[in-house]
Design a protein around this ligand. Sequence first.
Ligand code: DHB
Ligand code: FE
Length: 279
Amino acid sequence: MAKIIAGVATSHIPAVGAALDLGKTEEAYWKPVFRGYEKAKSWFKEVQPDAIILIYNDHASAFSLEMIPTFAIGCADQFKPADEGWGARPVPIVNGYPELAWHISQSVILDEFDITIINKMDVDHGLTVPLSLMFGQPEAWPCKVIPIAVNVVQYPPPTGNRCYQFGHAIRRAVESFSEDKKIVIMGTGGMSHQLQGPRAGFINSEFDRNFLDKLTQDPESLSKISHLTYVTEAGSEGIELVMWLIMRGALNESVKEIHRHYHVPASNTAVGHIILENV
Ligand code: DHB
Ligand code: FE
């Protein structure tokens, strides 16, 4: 059967993608940000998963106010990097995994998580920046990717608890796929940040560090954080952290923390990154 062997979380700051694409990773501002991802690069080389299930959010690139799926899964063969207004990022096309994606769709829908099925979709910085952080600048991404998009842009986003439970359903789905495949699940976005209004630039490191601690040790408690708490404590875009709970919900109760990176600032955001292996 297929198995989720580990989960990885990371911020998806678009300026990080620009820094990489423009060759600025060695500059003083960016160096400490990228240094924290060296471990992920060597870890992925060692682990060599067959596929990544990548939980991310679209930022009005593929979707818009005309269409707002709460949860959506990409079942296509390929996903093109999106043009977010300044041309598509110069990164490889993302190869999907239609067989497993359709299997997950069927499994989670029959498990009462009514996910939207997407057969054509471009993917924005929410998905491509995490891949760049994990793999650098290869000619082709080293494994298949199943994008799962979550609405954290337009109120109301799903609750943290719903996301955590959805993670459990994804795990059941993967474990009922008959082929022996090694899967890594990624949760992206976060950590605390606010891009708008009088509190723009708001960062709460205490909230972030506690979130990282609990993600490993007590994810159930994180699943109870309300939308209002995310906004007040983690900033209006801190709500992206619910996507980390999908990743965590797909892992065992007991996990081993392999690596952690936390750095402020990068653009308007606290950079957070963690690798958790199932034990
Ligand atoms: C920034 C962070 C995000 O998550 C995003 O989607 C856009 C911008 C930022 O910090 O600049
Ligand atoms: Fe974002």
